[in-house]
Design a protein around this ligand. Structure first.
Ligand SMILES: [Mg+2]
Length: 256
């Protein structure tokens, strides 16, 4: 009896140095990843309330309101005003909706005059562009605010895709925002990596959505247990080496 012939496709080896890179998309958070947002925000808050010791309270109130947005309990569009109203109430200052709007407009005006890029941002973005990956900004903030920020600092032209929580209606760490930007770039989550300064929101969120996960720990937090599957860099100057050596899925760009 003669056996039927079966055709076997040649096995694809992952070690073939001529294979095209399989990391097709690198996503970057904006605030405190590309832009020293906390310093600018701290400055703006202190300028408005006349004291510099309320930043921890501001961060706690902000985190609580972002969590409500992620849980679907609060519309993103009203989050900033609700957050600020709540923060000022903690200080014993009770503003109506109109006054809170004025406060927020003034705070954002001061912010816009104060934000700066970290020194390692432009070399890293240039390297990533030269490496041939697509770039996305993935951020939890309002759309107009973030687009103005990218434009003011000359970053808009670096990004092929921009995913903003205030425009999409969901915020990190919801996998929907990560999957949305991957779909825009035409790649699978496994072909993407996300880099951000918040361990839970950025790195764990990206990992759980199926992307490569990189926590940007600029402060060098020694006492943190880094979750499985999360890579750590202390600056964006370390990102190219990580992508090449740990992810091993990216070609090294030619010298220019
Ligand atoms: Mg951030």
């Amino acid at each position: 009896m003669e056996l039927a012939q079966t055709s076997v496709a040649p096995e694809k080896t992952t070690l073939d140095p001529w294979s095209p890179p399989t990391l097709r998309l690198v996503c970057l958070d904006i605030d405190d990843t590309l832009i020293d947002f906390s310093a600018a925000s701290r400055f703006a808050l202190a300028a408005l309330i006349g004291r510099g010791d309320m930043w921890p309270l501001w961060e706690r109130v902000t985190d609580a309101h972002v969590a409500m947005v992620v849980a679907g309990e609060l519309e993103y569009a009203s989050m900033h005003r609700r957050r600020t109203q709540c923060f000022l109430a903690e200080l014993g200052v009770f503003l109506d909706a109109a006054d809170v709007t004025v406060f927020e407009l003034r705070r954002k005006e001061i912010l816009r005059q104060s934000w700066r890029l970290f020194d390692d941002v432009l070399p890293c973005l240039e390297w990533l562009r030269a490496a041939g990956v697509r770039l996305a900004a993935v951020t939890n903030a309002s759309g107009a605010h973030q687009r103005a920020k990218l434009a003011d600092l000359g970053l808009a032209g670096y990004f092929d895709h921009i995913a903003i929580a205030g425009e999409i209606g969901v915020a990190k760490p919801d996998p929907v925002i990560f999957h949305s930007v991957c779909a825009s770039a035409g790649c699978d989550p496994a072909e993407a990596a996300h880099v951000g300064d918040k361990l839970g929101v950025d790195a764990v969120g990206a990992r759980d959505a199926g992307l490569g996960a990189v926590w940007l720990d600029r402060a060098g937090c020694d006492d943190v247990d880094v979750p499985c599957g999360v890579h750590v860099v202390s600056g964006l100057d370390e990102l190219p080496e990580l992508l090449v050596s740990e992810f091993a899925r990216l070609g090294i760009p030619a010298q220019r």
